[in-house]
Design a protein around this ligand. Structure first.
Ligand SMILES: Nc1ncnc2c1ncn2[C@@H]1O[C@H](COP(=O)(O)OP(=O)(O)OP(=O)(O)O)[C@@H](O)[C@H]1O
Ligand SMILES: [Mg+2]
Length: 264
């Protein structure tokens, strides 16, 4: 992973985002920070502004008020140091799985042999063995998402932003990739911000969980996840601490669901 001396990879400072013509801001006065090397999960009801937060971090949107900082500097355009796995996989339809996954390495002029070796490794890691020469249209939604994850992680980006990375996957593949991501993070300690609807996933993977409220999107609480790393999901789920944290998160989330039902 790339290293810089700035301790905060990402900082939102009183950020409000109003889409033109919208009757209320998508997010309002959002402040939080992500320390370098930390994994942060963002959860909250549909429409509360989770994707908007990632789009701001990636530099695809600019705040209406407030500032987003990356490595201590304001984000003023597309943030090329961030790898972004968007909510839709967004693969290039005219390229094969191999070419999609290897794209960032090609841009960086990595020699072909090294590129192929890394592509092979990532195809295997995300369970796409045998599909390297297929095109995105020949893959299921979950396979496309796995391809997008491999494409983002292959070049050791400084920060990874993922929008519901495991959303469309079946339970087994999901668990496998969650554990794979944990192992990878133990080796590389990169910075990761991801959006999820899955409370278990937030606890398995994250060092902190940002819980958002709806209408407009604000931050309700930031809960630390105190489990040491390396983590094994299978032993985590059996611990009492896991159950307690899950209950805390669930009570917060449940009251959010009630609030959004009442305001919609
Ligand atoms: N391009 C846009 N133009 C106008 N309004 C938008 C646009 N994109 C998002 N919004 C609005 O901003 C708010 C936040 O949207 P966002 O996509 O960030 O929510 P989300 O939390 O990611 O939801 P989900 O969990 O369903 O993906 C919503 O009210 C949405 O309607
Ligand atoms: Mg979203």
């Amino acid at each position: 992973m790339l290293s810089t001396s700035h301790p905060e990879a990402l900082r939102f400072d009183h950020v409000t985002l109003e889409f033109p013509g919208a009757h209320r801001p998508a997010i309002q006065d959002v402040s939080f920070q992500v320390e370098r090397g930390k994994v942060v999960a963002v959860i909250g009801p549909s429409g509360c502004g989770k994707s908007t937060i990632l789009n701001l971090a990636a530099g695809l949107l600019s705040p209406t008020r407030g500032e987003v900082y990356f490595d201590g500097l304001p984000v003023t355009g597309v943030n090329s140091k961030a790898a972004y796995v968007t909510q839709q996989a967004n693969l290039l339809p005219w390229l094969t799985v191999r070419a999609n996954i290897g794209l960032a390495l090609k841009f960086r002029k990595i020699p072909k042999d090294e590129r192929n070796e890394k592509i092979d490794h990532w195809i295997k890691t995300v369970g796409l063995t045998g599909f390297g020469n297929h095109f995105p249209r020949e893959l299921s939604g979950g396979m496309q998402k796995r391809c997008a994850i491999a494409r983002a992680l292959i070049y050791d980006p400084s920060i990874v932003l993922m929008d519901e990375p495991f959303g469309p996957l079946d339970a087994i593949t999901r668990l496998k990739l969650q554990q794979e991501l944990l192992n990878l993070w133990d080796e590389q300690r990169g910075t990761l911000v991801f959006v999820t609807h899955d409370l278990n996933e937030a606890i398995y993977l994250a060092d902190e969980v940002v819980v958002m409220s709806d209408g407009p999107g604000t931050i309700r609480r930031v809960l630390p996840v105190p489990f040491e790393r390396p983590r094994q999901i299978s032993s985590l789920v059996e611990s009492r601490e896991f159950a307690e944290l899950y209950n805390d998160l669930w009570s917060l989330f449940r009251s959010e669901l009630r609030t959004s039902e009442a305001t919609s």
